[in-house]
Design a protein around this ligand. Structure first.
Ligand code: NDP
Ligand code: 2IT
Length: 444
């Protein structure tokens, strides 16, 4: 067994029942075999064992009172994974599926993603198995306040800076920030994705979706291609999906399908994004309504069928493992040319293999969706300066960061003789900086 195989075997044995964490670690560490061959000193330094072990895992009780006066109890998590290159940084996810395995896979991915941005941010992730769906604003507030009452003692603007993820948007960040400020009595950049009236950055809301499209556009440009006239399928209809759709449309693409966790809409005339936004952002309703409001559109119960729709570009923007091998094969058979991941780990290992062996341009999450956290780091910079930059300034920086990441992962893949393998390129380029920082800081 080589070093990577030994670390992976130990990880699986010592972290039983964590399939998502095993999956992310397997993808990452397998790519790093070539780096370990070049740097035998890493094994002696126990670098990989340290890299896959979170610096700190916090798990806590979150009690709150619902609208009927009944006490509810949820689980709270914050995994402070790696602070070698900066304070822990990463989102909070509120979704009933959340467990330690999911938070750890997200945290591990976040370390390398944050490194790829080129900005000084370490990796962390948190969340709860709380389900915001169907809850009143008061219930959301009660939950967020209870969650922050515990979390506040573990975070800080120079220690750990959470943000949003699934189920955590502007409303939740507002309630979380209010409670942090009340307990700690400091108005600082301890959360990102804040509202524009209390420290938020312009373009943070749009950043993940826009960044995804900026990177895909760069990959297209390098091939003499563009979004103009392309047919695009986007999964999800949340923050990332909506702004990916907006930017792809503005570059001349036709987005024909989107979904939520109940089912998908297909609109051969091109999705009317204002209708989707009204349903999802304003009414917090179900995507099904779109087909009732727009002539020519159809709704199909269940999510998987979306990948059977022929497209040039697929942008999975909902959740982990939403594209399995079967869906990947369908996409390939129907002529997909680009797959760029807006969600974290939306493709299974077999699906990635399918795309790569078919020669599809596959841009993995930790590179393609890094625009969100990159802009969070720009929000932190503005908070420290006590200044705000214009939308155009932030957007231009975001675009440049995404173009830079594309070329960095492309070059890293080439350097190790894996031209076009952006999975390996992203893992290697992200890891190199973290490894150097960890080695320089000694055994900590
Ligand atoms: P939102 O909560 O805004 O939207 C999530 C969307 O995905 C909703 O349409 C939701 O449907 C759907 N979805 C969630 N879980 C499932 C599921 N199990 N099956 C099918 N559909 C599902 O979250 P975001 O848009 O912020 O996040 C989407 C993805 O992007 C996540 O993987 C997240 O980790 C990743 N990401 C987010 C970033 C950000 O800045 N927000 C940055 C980088 C990555 P429904 O409404 O029915 O629940
Ligand atoms: O997965 C992610 O990168 C995010 N949810 C955004 C994290 C952040 O700190 O902005």
């Amino acid at each position: 067994m080589n070093y990577v195989e030994k670390v992976l075997a130990k990880l699986k044995k010592q972290n039983p029942g964590e399939p998502e964490f095993h999956q992310a670690a397997t993808e990452i560490l397998t790519s790093l075999e070539v780096v370990m061959e070049k740097h035998p000193e890493y094994e002696k330094a126990g670098l990989l064992e340290r890299f896959v072990e979170p610096e700190r895992v916090i798990m806590f009780r979150v009690p709150w009172v619902d609208d009927k006066g009944k006490v509810q109890v949820n689980k709270g998590y914050r995994v402070q994974f790696n602070s070698a290159i900066g304070p822990y940084k990463g989102g909070l996810r509120f979704h009933p599926s959340v467990n330690l395995s999911i938070i750890k896979f997200l945290g591990l991915e976040q370390i390398l993603k944050n490194s790829l941005t080129g900005l000084p941010i370490g990796g962390g992730k948190g969340g709860s198995n709380f389900d915001p769906k169907g809850k009143s604003d008061r219930e959301i507030m009660a939950f967020c306040q209870s969650f922050m009452t515990e979390l506040q003692r573990h975070i800080g603007q120079d220690t750990d800076v959470p943000a949003g993820d699934i189920g955590v948007g502007g409303r939740e960040i507002g309630f979380l920030f209010g409670q942090y400020k009340k307990i700690r009595d400091e108005h600082v950049g301890v959360l990102t994705g804040r509202g524009l009236t209390y420290g938020g950055s312009l373009a943070r809301t749009e950043a993940t979706g826009y960044g995804l499209v900026y990177m895909t556009a760069e990959a297209m440009k390098m091939r003499g291609d563009s979004f103009e006239g392309k047919t695009v399928v986007i999964s999800g209809s949340g923050n990332v999906a909506i702004y990916a759709c907006q930017k792809a449309q503005s570059l001349g693409a036709k987005v024909v399908a989107m979904y939520d966790s109940n089912g998908y809409i297909y609109d051969p005339n091109g999705i009317q994004l204002d209708v989707v936004r009204d349903i999802k952002e304003v009414k917090r309703g179900r995507i099904k309504e779109y087909a009732e409001r727009v002539a020519g559109a159809t709704y199909t119960e269940g999510c998987k069928g979306i990948w059977a729709i022929p497209c040039d570009v697929a942008l999975p923007c909902a959740t982990q493992n939403e594209i399995d091998e079967e869906s990947a094969k369908l996409l390939v058979a129907n002529g997909v040319k680009y797959v760029a991941e807006g969600a974290n780990m939306p493709s299974t290992l077999k699906a990635i293999e399918t795309f790569q062996s078919a020669g599809i341009v596959f841009l993995p999450a930790k590179a393609a969706n890094a625009g969100g956290v990159a802009t969070s780091a720009l929000e932190m910079a503005q908070s420290s300066q006590r200044l705000f930059w214009t939308f155009e300034e932030v957007d231009a920086k975001l675009n440049q960061i995404m173009v830079n990441i594309y070329h960095n992962i492309d070059n890293a893949a080439k350097k190790y003789g894996m031209d076009g393998n952006y999975v390996a390129g992203a893992n290697i380029a992200g890891f190199e900086k973290v490894a150097e920082a960890m080695m320089a800081q000694g055994v900590v």
